[in-house]
Write a protein that binds this ligand. Structure first.
Ligand SMILES: Nc1ncnc2c1ncn2[C@@H]1O[C@H](COP(=O)(O)OP(=O)(O)OP(=O)(O)O)[C@@H](O)[C@H]1O
Ligand SMILES: [Mg+2]
Length: 242
């Protein structure tokens, strides 16, 4: 379980998180929504230990993340994949080498084992044929799939997805959402998904929390939030939202 307790964070001259508390139980895809600049990406960075709270606690499976030393953080990041917006691939490395990166960082495993694992995850996301291609030569949807393969290559228990469908058309987005649901169902990965998209929330989410004023303004199951009269729920999940 991922748990943030009363997290406060000031960045620059602004209080971004002001007592954020949220629990993400194992096995679910938790969707974090909220207006731009409310601290969604900042929240993900707390979970993975890039940011430390000014006040409050962050736990992953009961382990105190801000208290971790560098070695413990490396171990945590092996258990936790991170899908960056647009995949964030390195342009001068092939897709296959991009996917292999976390393995080379984290583990002392042989080249042939790395190759096998890269092949396996690329196949999982339907990108097996593109291992040798460079990121500049592939479409946005393929970049995202490659980013997902990279997030999954260490066989993580958790994956943090930062706007997994930004800039993608509805058809490709739908495929990505199905893949995120499949990752939960077949690999038992717990997901924390930041998105503005109602389609994303309904197609691959279980619970939704919407950030407001530095904390969770409303939280519930996808059905509860879809049917709620709360203004934020209406704004993100109501008719006319996309
Ligand atoms: N390293 C940093 N230093 C200073 N301010 C920062 C830093 N990182 C984020 N911020 C500020 O914190 C606020 C929240 O940023 P964050 O990236 O979490 O927003 P977000 O909710 O993910 O928005 P979006 O939907 O646009 O991605 C923003 O005002 C941002 O400028
Ligand atoms: Mg963001």
């Amino acid at each position: 379980m991922i748990e943030l307790q009363n997290v406060h964070k000031r960045l620059g001259d602004r209080d971004i998180l002001k007592g954020l508390s949220v629990k993400i139980p194992k096995g679910v895809n938790y969707v974090l929504m909220g207006p731009s600049g409310t601290g969604k990406s900042v929240t993900l960075k707390h979970v993975i230990g890039i940011f430390k709270p000014d006040q409050g606690n962050v736990y992953v499976d009961g382990q105190d993340v801000p208290a971790m030393d560098q070695k413990q953080l490396m171990a945590l990041r092996k258990r936790m994949g991170y899908l960056f917006q647009n995949g964030a691939l390195i342009n001068w490395l092939s897709v296959g080498d991009n996917v292999a990166l976390p393995l080379r960082e984290h583990s002392r495993i042989s080249k042939s084992e790395v190759d096998d694992r890269v092949h396996e995850v690329l196949k999982l996301v339907g990108m097996d044929h593109a291992a040798k291609q460079g990121p500049p030569d592939i479409s946005g949807g393929m970049k995202l799939r490659a980013g997902l393969a990279r997030a999954l290559v260490t066989n993580p228990e958790y994956v943090l997805y930062d706007e997994p469908n930004a800039g993608l058309d509805p058809i490709i987005s739908h495929q990505i959402h199905e893949l995120i649901a499949e990752v939960r169902d077949t690999l038992s990965v717990t997901g924390l998904i930041v998105t503005h998209s109602r389609a994303c929330a309904t197609q691959c989410g279980d619970r939704i929390g919407i950030l407001e004023g530095g904390g969770i303004g409303i939280e519930g199951s996808v059905d509860e939030i879809t049917n709620s009269d709360h203004p934020l729920a209406r704004a993100f999940m109501g008719m006319g939202s996309d």
